[in-house]
Structure formats: structure tokens, C-alpha cells
Write a protein that binds this ligand. Sequence first.
Ligand code: C5P
Length: 275
Amino acid sequence: MAIEAFAPAKINLTLHVTGQRADGYHLLDSLVMFADVGDTVGLVEGQGLSLRVTGPAAEGVPTGPENSILKAAGFAGQTDLAFSLNKVLPSAAGIGGGTSDAAAALRAISALRGVSLPPDTLPLGADVPVCMLGTAARMRGVGGQVTPVQGLPRLHAVLVNPRISVPTPSVFKALTDKNNPPMLKTLPALKTATDFAAWLSEQRNDLQAPAIAAAPVIADVLGVLRAQTGRLLTRMSGSGATCFALFETEEAARVAALKIQRSHPQWWVAPCQLS
Ligand code: C5P
């Protein structure tokens, strides 16, 4: 039997760093949604563990045991599986690429073999639990406290990565103030994208400033997104370097994506919907 699992881009609409644990991990309060753009993980029975990577972002992606998919397979106690990965998302980009692949691999393994997974997935990545859920959620603790959020409007967005990878640990390390306020109160009812964006504009990504200090091109990406017609909100996702803008309409997002890709052919630009 062949199984396919979609590994969507994970977008941190907000990312508040509210503290740090004694083991160095940071405490977060983050609202996450998922894009309809992402990687695809395929899985069939095999002899030993193997991985074949194809797709527009395949270059440089490891196919050995350091790949998050094979780590996930080992973590789930598997020894004989053949994986394929259609890699679309840029790596180390703040949109969960490797983590979303690992979560998709775990979902595929569970569907193929019916195995139950070890409960503590932190060794595979702090974002694995939210990526396993795959729908809009509030993420707290170091990432393991995931609460689904229902009733949010679908969002039209453009994702832009300047094709630089930003190592997450260095961005967390560069953050000087680690005790910031959490998101404002509980989430109010947000019916339209405009209301939602207005609420989001009062929240933050605390990693944005240290990421820009490490990679100033992120400020250029934000500036280009901010200049687009119909834009509602512009922000960086995760620890960067991918930034997103939300738009009033699908058409506005599509036009903005075309304009940005034309003026910056070297950047990765993806119009998408978030849900
Ligand atoms: O998400 P992932 O586990 O891959 O994170 C990579 C690194 O980012 C961690 O090893 C840690 O240094 C840092 N991190 C953190 N606090 C979190 C998530 C990640 O300090 N909540």
C-alpha cells in the first residue's frame, strides 16, 4: 500500500516569547495557521529506511539519517520503509519545512502500520505537535500545548523567502528580552480577514527583530510586502527568514505575488490560502 501525506507550510501569525526554561528552551504563545502550499511525503514498505527527494526545493536537502523524515521513522521505531519527498518549501525558513515533513511522515507511518507514537515528540522538533494537528491552533509552552482554534476566517496570503536559511537556535540566542507579554486576552470572535488582521496587528513576532539583525534582507522582504496593494498585515513567520503578507482578496494576493516574483526573481514567492 502507498500512502501520501501533505506537509503544509506552518505560518506563525504571532509568536510571543514569554520566558525561558532551565534547559534553554523558550516558552511561546503563538497562533499558527497552515497554508495550502507545502511538501508531499510518500511512503511504501521497503527494506531498511530510505528516502528519495525530488521537487523544486530538493537541492541540498539531506537524504541520510539527518533528514527529519528518517529521524521521525526511527523515532516511531520503524526500520523498513521507503519514503519519497516532493520538496517545495525552502529549508530552515521559519515555516516548519523539516518539522512539517516529520509530522507528515509520522501521520503516514501511523496510517500504514497503525502504530501509536511516543507522546513526547520534542526531540523531533518543538513544532511537531502543532504540525501533527495541521489546523489553526494556539501553541504554548515550548510548543507541546496545542489548542485548536475554530471559526477563524480563511486568509489570502503571500509567502516570501529571500532564499537564505536562518538557524533557529541563533535567533533565539540573539533575543535579549525573553519575558514578553503573551497574546492579548483570549481570542475574540474574528469574522472577517480585515478584523483578524487588525487584531493580529496588536500582536507580535518577538523573533522578528533579532532575525533582522542577523539577516538584514528580511527587512527588505517586509518592505516589499508592505508596499503591495490590498495588503492587510505584514510579518515574519517563526524564526525567519520567510515573511508573509495577508490580503483582502485572492486576486490582490495573486497580483502581489506576480509583481514580487518579477522584481525579485531570486526570491521564493508563494501565493496561498491559510486555514
Ligand atoms: O523547533 P526545533 O526544536 O527544531 O528548534 C530548534 C532550536 O530552536 C532548539 O534546539 C532550541 O535551541 C530553539 N528553540 C527554543 N525554544 C523553543 C523552540 C525552539 O529555544 N520553544
